[in-house]
Design a protein around this ligand. Structure first.
Ligand code: TXA
Ligand code: MG
Length: 342
């Protein structure tokens, strides 16, 4: 299969690009498209065969539910029940935006493989002009996980989607680099108080400012059945082993020296200001303490490591303010919990 990449940024033939995307989706195919968080790989959420193609293209385990994307807030009522007053407030405040709300589903509407094994459905309205235009032209919901091969970092640029899925999907709508850079926050609204199943683009502070206290799901351990099934798989991993390291310039330089003395080539992911001139590669992810910038740039930096011959990657940790929670959640997964200390 040939994968076409069409720019919908300032494209001359934008209308034609959406028409092509809608045609593919209506005929049961998949299309990659940008959202404000990461690129998604969409199929019409009520079409089981179409959704099956998402799992095949991604190589994704089929017990992991998909988020349903809608183009209008009111559509949530077509798929979910138990929409509480708090949920209404959250939708008012965050939609369109990086917050996925998990509700009890109305049975028999979204395809069974969108919500395998669960009685709930995760829904969000993405805040990206291309995603919204596509959803509205289509007039139907899109089931869409991140458009990466399973296990790889989520794509924040169309080229990332192409690297992973070229030959496996017919079309990528290229809307440039995504803004938020980490996936949406997944919030379980079926329990009181609601529980954050996955930290993401809407922070706990932002959510609590609207509805008061929420809980955070205990970080999944192998023994515990994860509440957000996706959290149990290896995620966001580069090819070389990744270790989290303290935000300490001197410690990093020493670590690089030590590793190089063992004959290893070292890539470092860290803040703009650090001077780690002994590193074989240094990928800057924004000003120190700017966790929002780090979220935007993290996946691209991890992917860049795959284009080096690094034997080991050291990723500088950040504090847990704002987007820091989501950033550290992804780094913990990419490192499988490994930390480097001298
Ligand atoms: O920002 C995002 O959320 C991106 C863009 C494309 O919208 N999508 C995304 O999808 O990250 P995916 O499939 O890579 O991650 C969805 C996460 C998984 O951890 C999954 O387990 C969880 O959401 N999830 C989806 N539906 C759920 C449900 N009904 N109950 C619990 N967790 C659910
Ligand atoms: Mg994903």
């Amino acid at each position: 299969m040939e994968t076409k990449v069409v720019s919908v940024d300032n494209a001359v033939d934008t209308k034609g690009s959406y028409e092509r995307a809608v045609d593919i989706l209506r005929s049961g195919g998949v299309v990659a498209f940008p959202t404000e968080t990461v690129y998604g790989l969409g199929a019409i959420a009520t079409n089981e065969q179409a959704v099956q193609k998402i799992f095949e293209a991604k190589g994704r385990p089929s017990d992991n539910p998909l988020i349903v994307h809608i183009g209008n807030k009111e559509d949530v009522k077509k798929y979910a029940v138990g929409i509480t007053a708090d949920a209404e407030k959250l939708m008012e405040e965050f939609w369109p935006g990086p917050l996925t709300l998990v509700f009890n589903k109305i049975p028999g509407i979204v395809a069974p493989n969108v919500t395998p094994g669960v009685e709930t459905v995760g829904i969000r309205m993405p805040n990206h002009p291309v995603a919204l235009c596509l959803l509205r032209e289509l007039g139907q919901p899109l089931a869409a996980p991140s458009a990466n091969r399973s296990g790889k970092p989520s794509p924040t640029e169309a080229t990332h989607v192409y690297e992973d899925l070229s030959g496996l999907i017919p079309l990528i709508l290229d809307g440039g680099q995504t803004g938020v850079g980490v996936e949406s926050t997944v919030l379980d609204m079926t329990i009181v108080p609601p529980v954050i199943l996955r930290p993401g683009g809407a922070t706990q502070e932002m959510i609590e400012a609207v509805i008061g206290p929420v809980e955070t799901a205990a970080n999944d351990t192998a023994s515990e059945a994860p509440r957000s099934p996706g959290m149990k798989y290896l995620h966001y991993a580069p090819e070389a082993p990744l270790f989290v390291i303290s935000q300490d310039e001197e410690e990093i330089r020493i670590a690089v020296d030590t590793l190089q003395n063992e004959g290893k080539k070292v890539a470092v992911i860290g803040p703009d200001e650090f001077n780690v001139s002994n590193a074989d590669w240094y990928f800057a992810v924004g000003p120190i303490y700017d966790n929002e910038a780090m979220a935007t740039n993290l996946y691209r930096a991890i992917r860049k490591c795959d284009f080096t011959s690094a034997d080991i990657i050291l990723a500088v940790e950040t504090d847990l303010n704002g987007y820091g929670v989501a950033v550290m959640n992804r780094l913990t997964k990419a490192s499988e919990g490994k930390r480097y200390s001298n």
